[in-house]
Design a protein around this ligand. Structure first.
Ligand code: 5GP
Length: 116
């Protein structure tokens, strides 16, 4: 499947639509999910075009995972979390809705349940 730069995260990267950015480096951007499924829900994306895990390069995966770990640690502190859940979806059948590679980083609190 081909990458379409008009996807919503492509627009966030180009600042064509607003987002709450929480971290960025040369290769990745982290921002708050607009419909959080947990009290503390961050999305991490590569800055370079990539549809999902199926077309990602090892370099994109490495850069994104480095930021995912950084955001996991940050959410533990910022949201006084008890744990972290990671989610990542690929293609329609895999539950993906926005076709720019992203990881969900969700702060978890003892006894909580993830939203829909
Ligand atoms: P997925 O593709 O992993 O199924 O889900 C895409 C995620 O992107 C959803 O959690 C949704 O709430 C989030 N999302 C969709 N549109 C926007 C947007 O315009 N801004 C932000 N910050 N998040 C969005």
């Amino acid at each position: 499947m081909k990458y379409d730069p008009e996807n919503i995260f492509g627009k966030i990267l180009r600042d064509e639509i607003p987002s709450t950015r929480v971290f960025e480096d040369d290769d990745t951007l982290a921002f708050m999910d607009i419909m959080p499924r947990a009290n503390g829900h961050v999305l991490v994306i590569p800055k370079t075009p990539c549809r999902n895990m199926l077309d990602a390069t090892p370099e994109q995966i490495a850069a994104v995972m480095k930021t995912v770990q950084r955001m996991s640690r940050a959410l533990m502190v910022a949201f006084d979390a008890d744990g972290i859940t990671l989610q990542q979806f690929n293609e329609d059948a895999g539950g993906q809705e926005v076709f720019h590679l992203h990881f969900h980083v969700l702060a978890r609190h003892a006894g909580d349940r993830l939203g829909a």
